[in-house]
Design a protein around this ligand. Structure first.
Ligand SMILES: Nc1ncnc2c1ncn2[C@@H]1O[C@H](COP(=O)(O)OP(=O)(O)O)[C@@H](O)[C@H]1O
Ligand SMILES: [Mg+2]
Length: 644
């Protein structure tokens, strides 16, 4: 048995534990009371809010450095990310700011002109002169403002789209370089949530949030400047109110990121449970586990709704405080204006302009707050996305290229979980063009050995080298032209037949693709497809039979042209009739290459040059069929069992 078995067994009872007696995922203190007066309820509301904040902080802390899952990056990384994006397109950013400033600035001239109009009418009575030219100026400024606004909007849209494109490319690049082992062991639900929902949220805030926030901030700042220029006294009430609002805004800004990151984590959790239930649907049905799965889903939703309530309360408090606060300056400015006018500090024109400014300020201020909130959501998503990038790569490709095609493994040890080696020092030297069969009981480490020999995982100790260079130190595009792993999983990507085949060498000519298809015996059916090589295949497109899908995968390998292939029970799932069709394709692929075949049928072993018997993470016998039969050890036993 394997070394991990005892401790798997020790925890296996967990699977069957009756969870109905577990404490609820959401404690009772988080549920609103059903009785009590208004004050008691109000107090309970704030207690719930505090408890939720505590939970959010715990989730945030735990997600910064998780043991297994995907981490979440810190605020500084998010700022640096956006900073880099903006810095790398400095020119359009400057243009964006200038055009928006011009648009906002020209809008601010209008109240001053109107104030001037009031003053003239007031001082000169009905016999007023020069009104026509003033009115014309107003019209001129308004037209100019419209033009600036148009140009500014246009630049903002381009800027946003461009930013978005880079951000997406970055995410795709990050995901592609994730260590395969890590992708396999961490939660898919979380990864999928991050690359779907979080990419979407980040995209929206990058595309709209950043430009809109800039525009509204500019408008606010310029308005304040214009108010100060108009009259210091009349600007004071508004400034004072803003100053009083800052603590509320700061509290919000300190708490919101954690709140939104917690929300994101709960969405990931929902998706993880859901994916697991769907993928294990048959098991769930067979073992009557559906009630438990439904309960798990409901629990996730409850936890998520608690996270949403927390961020909603944060928003409500902020919005309510600020909306109230923004009404105050309008009244106070008018009162101060009336008093100042009676004292002769300000004239009617200044009061008119100040009132127009204060009223006009409402809209950009609301926009600033709204966008800041949306940006918080976007920033939380971005920290979840950047968190993926914090997973260290498992390989830094060096620049050494293999000298020769000989594959040598020395003292390979490997653990999926720390402290539980599944390979205990495997040595192997493959001759060029050799066929090696690997046999052994299930769970003995054959697939693991195959993965190390194909450079998928890095051994814990020891090395797997081709031509003297560690496989995991080769750039991926070199690695796949040296050694390839072939398993039962053959993914057909959405794309044309050609796209699916040239994956490994994108510059392959159509002739090379046809040669590859001919070699695996598929050229005839491909040419009969509606659009030949250009036929769209993959999920939701033209459906291939399993055999055809496998042939496409084999053609892909012929194009990649590795000198060594590791076959891990590559045909064991295929029904015998299909297997016969594929045998020819497979043989053509194998011709002239070194092959490590992990075999489930012993006749494969019989025909191999050498056979390695793997037991409990070690090669216990190595030799030709005849030698091992003569040795009368494990292989001889297996052979007798298989042939009898
Ligand atoms: N992804 C994994 N995570 C943890 N343990 C694994 C994983 N894959 C395989 N193992 C364990 O490693 C040991 C060897 O597995 P494997 O190489 O697949 O054996 P074989 O291919 O000979 O059946 C087994 O004990 C198995 O449970
Ligand atoms: Mg296996």
């Amino acid at each position: 048995m394997t070394s991990t078995a005892p401790d798997l067994l020790a925890t296996s009872a967990q699977t069957w534990r009756d969870r109905s007696a577990d404490p609820p995922v959401v404690p009772d203190e988080l549920r609103p009371p059903t009785d009590g007066g208004v004050r008691a309820r109000n107090r309970a509301l704030w207690q719930r809010h505090d408890l939720r904040r505590q939970r959010a902080e715990d989730v945030y802390l735990a997600s910064r450095n998780p043991v297994r899952g995907w981490p979440v990056s810190g605020n500084r990384a998010v700022l640096a990310f956006f900073g880099d994006l903006v810095r790398s397109r400095r020119r359009s950013f400057v243009l964006l700011v200038v055009l928006n400033a011009l648009a906002a600035g020209s809008a601010l001239v209008v109240p001053r002109l109107l104030g001037e109009l009031v003053n003239r009418v007031q001082s000169q009575g009905t016999g007023v002169t020069g009104l026509d030219s003033l009115a014309l100026t107003v019209v001129g400024v308004v037209v100019l403002q419209a033009l600036f606004t148009f140009a500014a909007q246009r630049t903002s849209t381009y800027f946003g789209q461009d930013l978005l494109a880079s951000a997406r490319e970055y995410v795709v690049g990050t995901i592609l370089r994730l260590p395969v082992g890590r992708v396999e062991s961490a939660s898919t639900g979380d990864l999928v949530t991050r690359v779907t929902r979080d990419v979407g949220t980040m995209a929206r805030s990058v595309q709209w949030g950043v430009p809109r926030l800039l525009i509204s901030l500019l408008t606010v700042v310029l308005s304040v400047v214009a108010m100060l220029l108009n009259s210091l006294v009349l600007a004071l009430p508004a400034l004072l109110v803003f100053a009083l609002c800052t603590p509320a805004v700061r509290t919000y800004l300190r708490r919101a990121p954690k709140a939104y990151i917690t929300e994101g984590a709960t969405y990931s959790r929902i998706n993880t449970t859901l994916t697991e239930t769907v993928e294990g649907a048959r098991t769930v049905e067979a073992l009557g586990l559906s009630a438990g799965r439904v309960r798990a889903g409901e629990d996730d939703i409850e936890v998520s709704s608690q996270a949403e309530r927390y961020s909603m309360t944060l928003r409500n408090v902020l919005f309510a405080a600020l909306n109230g606060a923004f009404q105050v300056p309008q009244v106070v400015t008018l009162v101060v204006g009336a008093y100042g006018y009676s004292r002769g500090w300000v004239d009617l024109g200044q009061i008119t302009a100040a009132m127009l400014y204060v009223v006009a300020l409402g809209e950009p201020l609301d926009a600033v707050i709204g966008e800041v909130d949306r940006l918080q959501v976007g920033a939380a998503s971005t920290s979840r996305l950047l968190g993926i990038a914090e997973v260290p790569p498992d390989r830094e490709p060096g620049d050494r290229l293999p000298d020769g095609a000989e594959l040598v493994a020395a003292d390979l040890r490997f653990a999926y979980r720390e402290g539980h080696d599944v390979l205990h020092g495997v040595d192997l030297r493959l001759g060029t063009g050799e066929r090696l069969a690997v046999v052994g009981p299930s769970g003995s480490g054959k697939s693991t050995l195959g993965r190390l020999l194909a450079g998928i995982n890095r051994p814990r100790t020891g090395s797997a080298r081709v031509g003297g260079v560690d496989l995991v130190d080769l750039p991926l595009e070199v690695l796949r032209t040296e050694v390839a792993l072939v398993t039962q999983e053959h993914h057909v990507f959405i794309g044309t037949v050609r796209d699916n085949i040239v994956l490994a060498r994108e510059d392959s000519s159509d002739d090379a693709v046809r040669d590859a298809l001919r070699a695996v015996g598929s050229l005839a059916w491909v040419e009969r497809l509606p659009d030949g090589l250009d036929t769209m295949i993959g999920s939701g497109r033209f459906a291939l039979t399993p055999a055809q899908a496998q042939q496409v995968a084999l053609a892909r390998l012929i194009i990649a042209d590795p000198h060594t292939l590791v076959l891990d029970e590559a045909t064991s799932l295929i029904d015998p009739r299909t297997a016969r069709t594929l045998e020819g394709s497979m043989n053509n692929l194998l011709t002239g290459r070194t092959v490590v075949a992990i075999a489930h049928r012993l006749h494969t072993a019989h025909d191999a040059d050498r056979i390695a018997v793997v037991m409990d993470g070690r090669i216990v016998e190595l030799g030709s069929h005849d030698e091992l039969i003569a040795l009368d050890g494990e292989y001889a036993d297996l052979w007798r069992a298989w042939t009898s």
